[in-house]
Design a protein around this ligand. Structure first.
Ligand code: UDX
Length: 472
């Protein structure tokens, strides 16, 4: 960053309310750091569930909001996740109103706006009811938001809820390329009602707000952002990748500023000892889960690939596992891979992906992970689990061509090993193996860096966002 004539913001305060899940907390804190660096005072409202560590942000004010005791275990499915989102909205409504009213009484003139997660419609309504302008942060891609705006059409035309038929799953959505039916949001009839409600609430939240902020950048999603600017009545600000454009955390809090689990930094030393582009990094984010049999197949696939690997085995990753223990690996795996791998419960992911030793990323394609890999120039092996992840994988594989998607269905060790070999292979030609993928990923890395540099599209949009907030 570092443009010269910034709009003065002193004395103005921006309020933030993240959705209390890791993939939503990270971009919200990155946005808070960005606006703080532009002179705004920051107040973070938060639930008790996954509460941030206030001591890591001495410059911010924090206001806890009782959440009625939302369950703390990993939700596991999109249905349960979205039910918890609704529960957070319901439980926080009255206490948030009280706390915001108190704040306005103390410092009404200073408050410029509330930035809340797109899933927090009820709390956005509360703020507007008290006269506070609202902006919405959507933590997914612009391409995914196009599925949201198209959702009524997708339902009317019979694409949603999708039948559980492999044949239909592969069918193209003619009205919304490049998606296939299996890339859309709700693949089962059971998940459809709660997904439809979530999409309607997000669209309502955005329509009633004073602007929509995306963690993406123009060179990555130019056409998708242009389509949204055409379709939506509110201004759209693409200011990402937020992890690159926001100021780095203080050294004392490196990699921990919004991480809910302590990252195991020892794996960085282990990476230091590995050859360049030799390591497969494996992580499925904070919410995705897998079956015990998929874990066994993944393990033997990784072992069979012969590649060095760094694997994040988060407690709760395997359905039915015993918390807080990490999922057990199959007997013999240690011996089969001795000296070739490192396993951690949680990694400093941004630093891992930026490390020279990492050659590819086996990911669930959460939007943060996808962006972080794209910006680090690391090809991806995609195994999406739910929600927006299938659509993200489609873009990685088919549009940006910086990765390959594993077949849907149960994992099979032979296919896993072959897919790892394909994505790690850096000696291939233009479109074969990871040769072409790696080149395209490195080009994307350059474009991401350009977008956050002075004069870049996201840098320009941050200026516009600051002006917009000051004019609200
Ligand atoms: C979810 C959705 O999948 C995502 O698409 C949505 O937009 C936000 O919520 P999650 O499934 O956790 O998030 O994945 P992801 O979006 O990739 O976010 C995970 C975050 O945790 C990333 O910022 C990643 O860097 C971080 N992480 C993950 C670590 O710091 N260490 C790890 O070991 C694993």
């Amino acid at each position: 960053m570092g443009s010269i004539e910034h709009t003065p913001t002193a004395g103005r305060r921006v309020l933030f309310f993240p959705l209390p899940f890791q993939g939503h907390i990270n971009p919200m804190f990155q946005l808070a750091a960005l606006l703080h660096s532009r002179g705004f005072a920051v107040t973070v409202f938060h639930t008790h569930l996954n509460a941030p560590d206030a001591s890591l942000h001495p410059d911010y004010d924090f206001i806890p909001v009782p959440d009625g005791g939302v369950p703390t275990d990993t939700p596991g499915t999109v249905q349960v996740t979205l039910e918890r989102v609704l529960a957070v909205n319901r439980a926080c409504e009255a206490p948030f109103r009280d706390r915001l009213a108190d704040l306005l009484e103390d410092d009404g003139d200073g408050v410029a706006c509330l930035v809340a997660d797109a899933h927090l419609l009820t709390l956005l309504d509360v703020a507007r009811g008290l006269g506070v302008p609202t902006l919405v942060l959507r933590t997914g891609s612009a391409a995914c938001f196009r599925i949201f705006t198209a959702f009524p059409m997708l339902c009317a035309n019979g694409y949603q809820p999708a039948e559980e038929s492999p044949e239909l799953a592969e069918a193209p959505v003619r009205e919304l390329p490049p998606y296939r039916v299996r890339d859309l949001l709700s693949t089962t009839a059971a998940a459809h009602p709660v997904m439809a409600e979530a999409v309607t609430r997000i669209l309502t939240a955005v329509a009633a707000s004073s602007g929509l902020i995306f963690n993406t950048f123009d060179a990555l999603e130019h056409a998708e952002l242009a389509a949204l600017r055409r379709d939506l009545a509110v201004p759209v600000f693409d200011v990402g990748p937020l992890h690159l454009i926001s100021p780095p955390p203080p050294a004392a809090a490196a990699s921990r500023t919004s991480s809910l689990l302590p990252p195991d930094r020892g794996c960085l030393e282990w990476l230091d000892a590995q050859a360049p582009a030799s390591v497969l990094y494996v992580s499925f984010g904070s919410l995705a889960t897998m079956s015990a049999s998929d874990l066994v197949e993944a393990a033997w696939g990784i072992a069979g690939s012969g590649q060095p690997f760094l694997w994040v085995l988060r407690p709760g990753l395997v359905r039915g596992g015993v918390l807080p223990s990490p999922p057990p690996l199959p007997e013999g795996f240690d011996v089969a891979t001795r000296g070739r791998g490192a396993v951690v419960a949680w990694a400093p992911q941004e630093e891992v992906l930026a490390h020279d030793a990492v050659g590819a990323f086996w990911t669930h394609c959460g939007w943060n992970s996808t962006l972080e890999a794209a910006c680090a120039g690391v090809p991806m092996l995609c195994r999406p689990c739910f929600g927006d992840q299938m659509g993200n994988a489609r873009y990685v594989d088919h549009v940006w061509r910086v990765g390959v998607e594993l077949d849907a269905g149960e994992l099979e060790r032979g296919k896993v090993a072959a897919a790892i070999a394909a994505v790690m292979d850096s000696g291939g030609g233009e479109n074969a193996g990871a040769g072409g993928m790696r080149r395209r990923a490195l080009e994307m890395k350059k474009r991401a860096a350009k977008s956050v540099a002075e004069g870049g599209s996201s840098c320009f949009n941050v200026d516009k966002l600051v002006d917009h907030i000051m004019a609200l």
